[in-house]
Design a protein around this ligand. Structure first.
Ligand code: HEM
Length: 465
């Protein structure tokens, strides 16, 4: 029997994205439990002149000026007074928190939690992450002031969409997302990927894996319709990325099969005004990601970033003969229906990805080393079986395909130049191995949060001591 979905009980930005220009994440500590509970009560009841309303998952008739949502850490549930018998029904990885799961996530060396800046150096004090999305900076300031009246703001992280939907490194992002049963998402018009069961992202519903129901924390009012978020601050070495593309293109220029990667008579299809070296840089970038920088899937257009005929951005699959490398970021993040070692895992680790860039613009002609990157939210019903499994098995070990096991994701992995490698594909079935990848993305903070339903926020606001 299908459980009917009540979108008004689910926080927004989980099953459908907001597509706003700006975000402000407020990292909060509960210092006055009563004030925090009063705030939550007002926020869930439609807001007031001093408290913003929680945005729900329903489709808007009128676009609100801003959207306001909360995630609560395990320390936060405790700080709000959740009784121990209910706390112990939450999953281990959430109870332990992101910093204790560092090894699984590749957070060591410079990415290690011991090197995270404040406030992420004190994870026990991080109780809530409140996120405000808007197109207008003044709304972010106004909501921040309201939140400050009830919580101690430990830190703030501001994000924005870069032009043309791109992220640093120059790729268009935000194309592939799961789409859910019972949810109409205008952004997913024309997508022909399999529909994901609600249990992929929400607690209390069937999952893709036969018979598997992720445990709903107790009481039902607290757990049902909730979700989990891995909030990550990921610094991107944009200058290092461009330098690596240069180095790889140098190597490929001398390779006897280089013309298979970039047809000398058709370089324009790879990019306007590119010479062979410039075209090879783009081919390396495209194979590393699984998409050309303009978003076109490598699988559907291995010879051209600008194909002669339009290709779908979303409807494709992988096979043993795929031109999209098994080690690419895209295939590691979601192998789709392709042949993988853990066959039963296809489509079970679908992650809802919400994110915006942070830091100053990057100009590849005038590279600098300012910190910039992605404020990413990776949402799913079970952090261990989904986000951590993707990070650990697929991104960092390449366990989905025996041909790449032991190599990390070239974009995202915990790489060292001495040990890293990545196999590029060629049309004749041969491969060219690139090596020397530096670690291009460093973790600079993060937290695992529970995204409670509206019923759960009310429940938390009504707790007594
Ligand atoms: C700064 C860090 C990251 C960058 C620059 C990045 C970049 C990208 C880009 C450009 C795409 C293609 C656009 C699209 O298909 O929507 C993509 C897709 C994807 N990424 Fe990342 N990503 C980052 C971090 C992560 C992390 C931490 C994960 C998860 C563990 C992840 C998982 C995925 C998944 C699942 C897809 C979609 C694959 C598909 O459904 O075909 N990414 N990423």
């Amino acid at each position: 029997m299908t459980t009917k979905l009540d979108l008004a009980d689910i926080q927004g930005n989980i099953l459908r994205g907001y597509r706003r220009d700006l975000v402000r994440h407020l990292i909060l500590e509960v210092t006055d439990r009563a004030a925090a509970r009063r705030f939550l009560a007002a926020a869930v009841d439609g807001g007031s002149s001093t408290v913003p309303e929680i945005t729900r998952g329903v489709l808007w008739e009128v676009r609100p000026p801003f959207c306001f949502n909360i995630g609560i850490t395990y320390a936060g549930l405790k700080a709000l007074g959740t009784p121990p018998e209910h706390l112990k029904t939450f999953p281990t990885e959430f109870v332990q928190g992101m910093t204790q799961r560092a090894i699984k996530l590749g957070d060591f060396g410079d990415s290690g939690p011991e090197n995270w800046p404040a406030p992420f150096d004190q994870p026990d004090r991080i109780h809530l992450i409140a996120s405000v999305h808007s197109d207008v900076p003044e709304h972010l300031d106004a909501v921040e002031q309201q939140v400050a009246a009830a919580f101690n703001i430990l830190g703030v992280r501001n994000g924005r969409n870069l032009p043309e939907g791109k992220v640093f490194f120059g790729y268009v992002d935000g194309i592939s997302q799961p789409r859910f049963e019972q949810v109409y998402d205008p952004d997913q018009e024309g997508v022909d990927e399999p529909i994901d069961p609600l249990g992929t992202a929400l607690l209390g519903y069937p999952t893709k894996q036969e018979g598997v129901l992720f445990r709903v924390p107790s009481p039902h009012a607290l757990g049902f319709n909730g979700s989990f978020n891995a909030f990550r601050i990921l610094a991107q070495d944009a200058a290092g990325f461009e330098t690596y593309l240069d180095q790889a293109a140098e190597v490929l220029m001398r390779h006897p099969k280089r013309d298979q990667l970039a047809d000398p008579d058709n370089l324009e299809r790879i990019g306007e005004g590119l010479d062979m070296h410039g075209a090879l840089r783009e081919v390396v970038a495209a194979q590393m990601c699984g998409r050309w920088r303009n978003g076109v899937p490598y699988e559907l257009s291995p010879n051209a970033q600008w194909p002669e005929h339009e290709v779908s951005l979303t409807n494709f699959d992988y096979s043993h003969g795929s031109r999209c490398p098994a080690g690419s970021h895209l295939r590691r993040g979601n192998p789709r229906g392709g042949p993988i070692v853990q066959r039963i895992a296809n489509y079970t680790r679908r992650l809802v990805r919400r994110g915006m860039s942070y830091g100053p613009d990057f100009d590849p002609q005038n590279p600098d080393t300012e910190e910039r990157g992605l404020l990413g939210s990776f949402i799913g019903a079970n952090i261990g079986a989904q986000f951590e499994a993707v990070m650990c098995d697929w991104i960092n070990l390449g366990l989905q395909d025996p041909r790449i096991t032991g190599a990390n994701d070239p974009l995202l992995g915990a790489n060292t130049p001495e040990t890293s490698w990545f196999d590029m594909t060629l049309p004749d079935g041969d491969t060219i191995r690139l090596s020397g990848f530096p670690r291009l993305i460093q973790t600079r903070g993060g937290a695992y949060t529970f995204l409670p339903s509206l019923t759960a926020i009310r429940y938390l606001s009504e707790l007594t001591d």
